[in-house]
Design a protein around this ligand. Structure first.
Ligand SMILES: Cc1cc2nc3c(=O)[nH]c(=O)nc-3n(C[C@H](O)[C@H](O)[C@H](O)COP(=O)(O)O)c2cc1C
Length: 439
């Protein structure tokens, strides 16, 4: 079967550019209005995207006064999106560090039923240091501890989703048998961090388990992804590092005994699209002119776990020594590696670095015509850098509309992208097998 490209829409604020919320082409709706999200999901579905994705942070950042985000709680929002769409996959972030596994398993099983098999879970351990203050205040866990707990967490939630056999529900009204004898089993998990009896209090969803998505790219994050993830989101600033990441993760997955085509790799892509190159660059400039470097400085500090960058002048060239060693960062470690890599390669000033980060927080940003964006997608896809893309429009809905109207048809004409949905579930769109359970 020919390999097909996968596209996910990452919904974030009024677009991924830090200043998108102020841009005249951004949505006029409040970010707490569900119509904003249903409209985006329907537009992505009209463009035959595999899925939409909602990220989540468990606290407000220090930049809150100048940086509106996606505010609605993601799992609740997915339930609304499930009712407003019919085919597109629905992915939300939920934290292993701050959510009881029984709650999470139950919520995603519900979303899978409500959406008829379209649920996906972005497994995060929560890098935001201040989140711990909202959950008992015992202080943030270290990077290693978070991933260690997450391993046990995966055993628990997988056990819960598999605690009902696929054929458990008989619903035999005449015979009076609702469930088949012996088809629902306890989990009885007792581990260092969790004690969960089970079984889950909801039958298995149409997909068995939600699709497992993961977005950590540190060494530990990659090994975790290789064991569990079926789709991997990653921030890469250039094709060369994306190719290294792609090869590394596929090899790690094979070492875990998994088929490499069952682990899709979707780097972030934030395309500023214009009918001419000049127009694309004009829109990019407009967005950059609206952003505030002091907001960017606060956000940079958050990525490095609260490190103080306030003494650095905006217009002096940076060196890697201006940053803490990534190995000591307990927050978003792999993103700090991406940032320091850029500093080493391109020697930007702080203002230039913050300008780049304002685009899409360290994901790949490019400006060009639809043809140029399609060329780039095709090149990365064919050259071992991506199985598809996590599309991060700089302004929403405007740049999604342009992408769907002008880039998608080019990809279809080149035979790279579907011209209709072939299946019903997110697993079907992504070409993933279903984990069947019978006992
Ligand atoms: C596309 C993308 C989306 C992410 N979404 C979230 C999110 O919603 N919530 C969160 O806490 N972390 C999110 N992350 C961060 C990662 O899950 C991870 O915590 C972070 O990269 C640090 O782990 P690492 O050091 O292993 O990379 C996201 C990362 C990427 C690349």
């Amino acid at each position: 079967m020919p390999r097909h490209l996968h596209l996910n829409l990452f919904i974030h604020g009024r677009g991924h550019h830090e200043a998108a919320w102020r841009h005249p082409s951004a949505s006029p709706l409040p970010l707490t209005d569900i119509r904003y999200y249903t409209d985006l999901a329907r537009k992505a579905e009209a463009g035959l995207f595999d899925s939409v994705f909602l990220a989540d942070t468990l606290g407000v950042g220090e930049d809150v006064a100048h940086a509106p985000r996606t505010w609605l709680e993601p799992i609740t929002t997915l339930a609304a999106l499930a009712g407003a769409t019919t085919r597109i996959g629905l992915i939300a972030t939920c934290s292993t560090t701050y959510t009881e596994p029984f709650n999470l398993a139950r919520q995603f099983a519900s979303i899978d039923h409500i959406s008829n098999g379209r649920a996906g879970w972005n497994i995060v351990t929560t890098w935001l240091a201040t989140a711990s203050g909202n959950y008992g205040g015992t202080g943030p866990l270290s990077h290693a501890e978070r991933y260690e707990r997450a391993e046990e967490y995966m055993r628990v939630v997988t056990g819960l989703w598999d605690s009902w056999s696929d054929d458990a529900v008989l619903d035999d009204r005449a015979g009076g048998a609702y469930a088949r004898d012996g088809s629902i089993r306890a989990v009885n998990h007792v581990g260092p961090h969790y004690q969960v009896a089970g079984p889950l209090n909801i039958p298995r969803g149409p997909q068995g388990r939600p699709v497992f998505v993961q977005a950590g790219s540190s060494d530990t994050g990659r090994r975790f992804a290789a064991r569990h993830a079926e789709a991997v989101f990653t921030a890469q600033m250039e094709k060369a590092t994306a190719k290294d990441f792609y090869a590394d993760l596929k090899a790690l997955a094979a070492d875990e005994g998994r088929a490499p085509d069952q682990v899709l790799i979707l780097p972030g892509l934030s395309p500023v699209i214009g009918s001419t190159e000049a127009e694309a660059h004009r829109i990019a400039r407009e967005l950059n002119d609206l952003s505030d470097p002091e907001v960017g400085r606060k956000r940079l500090s958050g990525r490095f776990g609260g490190h103080d960058f306030s003494h650095l002048p905006l217009d002096a060239v940076l060196s890697p020594e201006d940053f803490p060693d990534p190995a000591t960062v307990q927050a978003a470690r792999s993103r700090t590696e991406v940032i320091i890599g850029l500093v080493r390669r391109e020697k930007p000033t702080l203002r230039q670095l913050l300008g780049y980060m304002a685009g899409a927080r360290g994901h790949f940003v490019t400006a060009g015509t639809p043809e140029q964006i399609a060329d780039l997608i095709e090149d990365w896809f064919r050259d071992g850098a991506a199985d598809g893309f996590n599309v991060m429009p700089p302004v929403l809905p405007a740049m999604l509309e342009v992408f769907v109207a002008q880039v998608v048809p080019l990809l279809q004409r080149r035979g790279l992208f579907r011209t209709g949905y072939a299946g019903e579930t997110l697993r079907a769109h992504y070409g993933l097998t279903r984990p069947d359970v019978r006992f």
